[in-house]
Design a protein around this ligand. Structure first.
Ligand SMILES: Nc1ncnc2c1ncn2[C@@H]1O[C@H](COP(=O)(O)OP(=O)(O)OP(=O)(O)O)[C@@H](O)[C@H]1O
Ligand SMILES: [Mg+2]
Length: 259
């Protein structure tokens, strides 16, 4: 078995509320992510997936339990130990900066030398098919193009761990499909670990080496399923359809049981 890179142990998270009991969003969730895994987290809307990513990213505190990366406990105060890249559902670009500047900004923050930073901006814009749009401002791009800029920005820092929060869900299927293929190519080329949140079962099955299905709020593990089909995969592979069908049935049963 490969080493556990990231470990989630008995994690619970509550948000305090005025005049009401706290809102429990994650409940005793445990999981292990192997080094180089592509783990997808699948769960109903509002169950706590983005909250979990925020905690892994050191942007939010746990209520109890802990998360370790390479043996170091993650907290809001110990963020810098691991280089984490993030791609959100919405692009979150600076509209007053050009596309190039948006992708280069995190590299400047990491003090990547100017020449190398420029070279990486070119490379990652190329990768997402936006080389010619470097001098554009975000508001002149389509929604899908903006999302591709945000993917380039997340990848350009060459993170140890990439957190992707439904990055393709607002894209048309053909664009999403192309970017999934690109993501796999980059993942295979770099061997880095990716945690990918989605509520698209087909996407999760296609991408991941392991799938963690979590329950409706508060999120806890419902199913932890390795997907042992080698990459690169063909989207139309019957084995993937079979897994998708099983997970879909199981997901529906889980939702029905919760009602
Ligand atoms: N900072 C916060 N303060 C209070 N409540 C919060 C905060 N952030 C999230 N929540 C609540 O926690 C719950 C889980 O939110 P979260 O964004 O993690 O869900 P999600 O699984 O990512 O949903 P979706 O699939 O729709 O993106 C929601 O009920 C949300 O209102
Ligand atoms: Mg979310």
């Amino acid at each position: 078995m490969s080493d556990s890179y990231l470990t989630i142990e008995d994690l619970s998270k509550e948000f305090k509320r005025e005049g009401e009991p706290p809102l429990r969003v994650i409940d005793n969730l445990s999981a292990r992510v192997e080094d180089g895994a592509l783990l997808s987290i699948l769960g109903p809307s509002g169950c706590g997936k983005s909250t979990l990513l925020n905690i892994i990213n050191g942007l939010d505190d746990v209520t109890s339990g802990r998360i370790t990366i390479n043996g170091t406990t993650i907290s809001r105060r110990s963020r810098s130990a691991v280089k984490i890249g993030v791609v959100f559902q919405d692009p979150r670009l600076l509209n007053w900066r050009t596309v190039r500047d948006n992708v280069r900004l995190p590299l400047d923050e990491l003090k990547v030398p100017r020449d190398e930073a420029e070279e990486r901006v070119d490379r990652y814009l190329d990768l997402v098919g936006l080389r010619e749009f470097g001098e554009y401002y975000p508001l002149r791009l389509s929604g899908g193009m903006r999302q591709r800029v945000s993917l380039a920005r997340g990848l350009a820092i060459e993170p140890d761990l990439l957190l992707a929060d439904e990055p393709f869900s607002a894209l048309d299927e053909i664009t999403a499909r192309k970017l999934r293929m690109e993501l796999i190519r980059i993942w295979q080329a770099t061997g880095r670990t990716i945690i990918f949140v989605t509520h698209n079962i087909r996407e999760a099955v296609f991408l991941s080496t392991r799938m963690l299905v979590v329950t409706a709020r508060p999120a806890t593990t419902h199913l932890d399923l390795p997907i042992d089909i080698p990459h690169p995969r063909v989207p139309e592979d019957d084995r993937l359809f079979e897994i998708e069908k099983e997970v879909t049935r199981d997901f529906i049963r889980m939702e029905e049981a919760a009602e």
